[in-house]
Design a protein around this ligand. Structure first.
Ligand code: 5RP
Length: 271
């Protein structure tokens, strides 16, 4: 790995802990105005001091993030499908490497759809993006998307998707937490970050997911809805950070969350 690529990785995965809290706000690229992300700037701004990287599209980056912020950006560069269609896997590379460099981002991200109708195209897209990333020192995050077929989220499937992504050269992989998650980590030779998925029933459930993932070898989280759909998003991300970086227990993180709820204001409900 060349210096520039390693430097970009180190900006996202904090060398002090070897872990990262990425905040995902890229949902609009296929879901449109997701609840509590209708006005991206309002959602993102209070959370920026607590994330190690921000995952988003170029549109939201330009429109909703102040260029003076000192947070590494992970730029989503795949798209071309929407929730209105059954097949979410019909994606292409929608943003060039030149644009990623112009935006001075720390990594580019694309979805790979193993087992979906457009599996082949998404894996070839990944390989080509890695070739370009290696040329310019830009890490590539492969997102093992499962589209609408959520039942695929078991260790066997996720191990397959993560390993294929790593074999094709991804520098990092994003996947989902599952029973037997350690098997997914063991068979993937590059760092894994976990998505949160749709908002879980309780805050404890979300913190248990984070704790389980870190205990079983995840490098961090790339989490969205379970943070910014919370009534107390700042308290929530701080609780997540305590697990990821300080190895807090779920109980300790919950106590921090409760304390944060008391001291930080509640966000207004979505219109
Ligand atoms: C959308 C994504 C999201 O960034 C990912 O799902 C993480 O967000 P959440 O924790 O809300 O699931 O990749 O395709």
């Amino acid at each position: 790995m060349d210096w520039g690529l390693r430097n970009r990785m180190a900006r996202m995965i904090k060398p002090a802990s070897g872990h990262t809290v990425m905040l995902a706000v890229d949902h609009g690229y296929f879901m449109g105005p997701t609840r509590q992300l209708e006005k991206p700037r309002e959602t993102i701004t209070p959370l920026l001091p607590y994330c190690d990287a921000l995952a988003l599209t170029r549109g939201v980056l330009r429109a909703s993030v102040d260029p003076s912020v000192d947070v590494p950006m992970v730029l989503r560069v795949s798209g071309g499908a929407s929730v209105l269609k059954d097949d979410l896997s019909h994606e292409a590379i929608t943003t060039t490497m030149e644009e990623a460099l112009r935006l001075n981002v720390a990594a580019v991200a694309l979805s790979v759809f193993v087992g979906s109708p457009h599996e082949h195209e998404s894996l070839v897209n990944l390989s080509k993006l890695v070739d370009e990333g290696e040329r310019y020192g830009m890490p590539v995050l492969a997102i093992t998307a499962v589209g609408k077929e959520l039942e695929k989220r078991d260790a066997r499937y996720l191990s397959l998707a993560c390993r294929i992504s790593a074999e094709l050269g991804a520098h990092m992989v994003k996947t989902y937490y599952c029973d037997g998650f350690e098997k997914v980590v063991e068979s993937c030779p590059v760092p894994i970050v976990v998505a949160g998925g749709p908002r879980l029933d309780t805050d404890r459930d979300a913190l248990e997911l984070v704790h389980g993932a870190i205990e079983r070898g995840a490098t961090g989280v790339d989490m969205g809805r379970n943070i910014w759909q919370s009534e107390h998003p700042v308290a929530k991300i701080r609780a997540v950070r305590s697990i990821v970086h300080d190895r807090a227990t779920v109980q300790e993180a919950l106590a921090l969350f409760e304390e944060g709820k008391r001291t930080e204001g509640k966000r207004p409900p979505a219109a």
